[in-house]
Design a protein. Structure first.
Length: 271
């Protein structure tokens, strides 16, 4: 949601809270990028002491509200033993005593806090509590609607590139021989077969019948691995990898590793 729109929503809710509750001072803020809460809007304040104040979860009345995700109140802020007192100076500068803090919660995540306060040490009545909760619900609904709109208008996530698919295929081919469970190994090899057919090249060309190990080696080589690296990843000796690679190249009519990979992809033996 654009910051200007957030400010309007917050200001409107606070004015509604002040009007419905009769509280002389109301203020609040929304979390920016889910991390920091700053007091962004005030109504009825006579000093700038609270403006822009950063609230940390667990600190003060608002921080307690953030941490617990539920309304919190004190009848005398400065002397309360139920909160920490990092913000006593700005609260005292504004002359606030009784304070209520209500969380703004959207999809179980706290997105902001609304405060209402009096300059006398008096209990927070049910009418004030209900008004604060109603104001918080107003913002919650507005935020939820705007989140939905943003999701609907957001472009779809980019599809994985074919190179990413090939990399995943190579990793699966490496993993398959290491799986002890026969049925699970067969399922994984079947998935590899689906990736091969997804290349759009169709079934392997006539006369090309690579063994599973030849395919494993080619899949790793296709990722740019050297024979030594391929051997380490497949749990083979470098000489064994060379043997499988030579055999695959012969079947594919290729003279180089690159030609073998290209020919295997054209034949549908690799994605």
């Amino acid at each position: 949601m654009p910051e200007k729109t957030e400010a309007v929503e917050l200001r409107t809710a606070l004015l509604r809270l002040r009007r419905a509750s009769g509280l002389p001072v109301v203020f609040g803020g929304l979390l920016q990028e889910g991390r920091t809460l700053r007091i962004a809007e005030l109504s009825g304040a006579v000093t700038p002491a609270l403006s822009g104040l950063a609230i940390s979860a667990g600190s003060g009345l608002g921080g307690k509200c953030l941490a617990l995700s539920r309304p919190c109140a004190v009848t005398d802020y400065a002397s309360s033993r139920h909160i920490t007192h990092e913000y006593d100076v700005p609260v005292s500068a504004e002359g606030l005593r009784a304070v209520i803090a209500v969380p703004v919660v959207v999809r179980r995540k706290v997105r902001g806090v609304l405060y209402g306060a009096m300059r006398e040490s008096l209990p927070i009545g049910e009418r004030v509590f209900d008004a604060a909760m109603a104001a918080a619900r107003d913002i919650e609904q507005a935020l939820a609607v705007r989140d939905e709109v943003r999701q609907l208008l957001a472009p779809p996530p980019p599809a994985p590139s074919w190179e990413e698919v090939r990399q995943a295929y190579g990793e699966l081919r490496e993993l398959a021989p290491k799986i002890v469970d026969p049925s699970l190994r067969e399922r994984l090899i079947a998935v590899c077969g689906r990736l091969e057919s997804a290349s759009g090249t169709g079934p392997a060309a006539p006369g090309v019948a690579l063994t599973p190990r030849e395919t494993d080696v080619l899949a790793v080589v296709a990722s740019g691995a050297t024979n030594t690296a391929a051997a380490e990843r497949l749990g083979l000796r470098p000489e064994t990898v060379k043997g499988y690679l030579r055999s695959a190249m012969r079947k594919l009519g290729a003279h180089t590793r690159l030609e073998a990979v290209v020919a295997a992809r054209r034949a549908g033996a690799l994605p």
